[in-house]
Design a protein around this ligand. Structure first.
Ligand code: ATP
Ligand code: MG
Length: 288
């Protein structure tokens, strides 16, 4: 069954009601073996595309992952990027900002981590936290040291969306392709995964008290996500709402979307000129 990325894509200016977006869809695999086979095919092709991205050295690809806790961001990143040459790919995780980061505008800390041309950059959480966790926890906004007119700005969140979309447009214009994934998890599945993390000793480290406090703010987070997805999904940097209750299926969907994005760049290995080819053939003779 073909995975159609369009089905998961938020159109520009589309209103988002998360309850209407599935957290589970009919799986794109029938057996575990088939899942592995399809993922391996995606990865093989991804690796080929990444080789061309690197060789062409013109475009960069930025993948952004956002989700509630235990939605499977880390696993998706690990599995989907597993076949990729580590030289061409970098992952950055963004946690609570430190003092130096708070002393700058909210895009600063991530700007330093953007992928170079020819590379794939992955943000595990991102500047989107600034309209999600910061919106749900106004005390984080207070800690950002903003001038009063910013804090009193009634359109503060809207203005942050605009800062983000303008920034992404700028990046797009200069050769960075951006794809954003929201891993859409149901509250019930999160409960199950938290319990699994508690029951399994080896997974205990993954669970923290704050996971529970954030879970209790589920509604607030869903509302912040809805507005954020609607306010920042654009043709040049679209959001995809990926059903995440089935981790394997989510990985297949994500890898397909990344693959399609790279294929859209219609890359090939750089061609060499007649003269250069002649030179190479002469060198070959010498080597022999
Ligand atoms: P895991 O899935 O392993 O729990 P994680 O991404 O949740 O990974 P944590 O260390 O648990 O990592 O959490 C990082 C925390 O930092 C999150 O709660 C996130 O909301 C928070 N955070 C990230 N960016 C900001 C920001 N700009 N302002 C305030 N909090 C932030
Ligand atoms: Mg966490």
């Amino acid at each position: 069954m073909k995975i159609e990325p369009k089905k998961f894509r938020v159109s520009e200016n589309e209103k988002v009601r998360l309850k209407q977006w599935p957290t589970r869809v009919k799986p794109f695999y029938k057996t575990d073996g088939q899942y592995k086979k399809v993922l391996a095919e995606h990865i093989k092709e991804l690796s080929r595309q990444q080789g061309m991205l690197y060789a062409n050295n013109r475009y960069a690809l930025l993948l952004i992952f956002q989700a509630m806790d235990a939605a499977g961001k880390d696993g998706a990143i690990k599995h989907v990027m597993s076949g990729i040459n580590p030289q061409g790919c970098q992952v950055f995780s963004f946690k609570h900002p430190g003092a130096e980061e708070l002393a700058h505008d909210f895009l600063w800390r991530t700007a330093r981590c953007l992928p170079e041309r020819g590379r794939i950059g992955i943000f595990n959480r991102s500047y989107y936290e600034e309209v999600l966790v910061v919106r749900v926890h106004p005390e984080f906004l207070d800690a950002e040291g903003l001038p009063a007119e910013c804090l009193n700005d009634k359109k503060l969140w809207e203005h942050r969306y605009r800062s983000i979309t303008e920034y992404e447009r700028h990046l797009h214009r200069n050769g960075t392709r951006i794809v954003k994934f929201f891993l859409h998890l149901s509250r019930e599945e999160q409960r199950r995964r938290f319990l699994a993390r508690i029951n399994d000793l080896e997974k205990n480290w993954k669970f923290s008290q704050t996971d529970l406090t954030e879970r209790n703010l589920w509604k607030e987070y869903q509302a912040a996500y809805e507005e954020c997805l609607a306010g920042t999904s654009t043709d040049y940097a679209p959001w995809y709402i990926v059903p995440a209750d089935d981790k394997e299926n989510a990985r297949l969907i994500i890898s397909q979307i990344v693959l399609d994005t790279l294929k859209d760049l219609k890359m090939s290995y750089p061609e060499v000129s007649e003269d250069r080819r002649k030179e190479l053939l002469a060198i070959r003779k010498e080597l022999k």
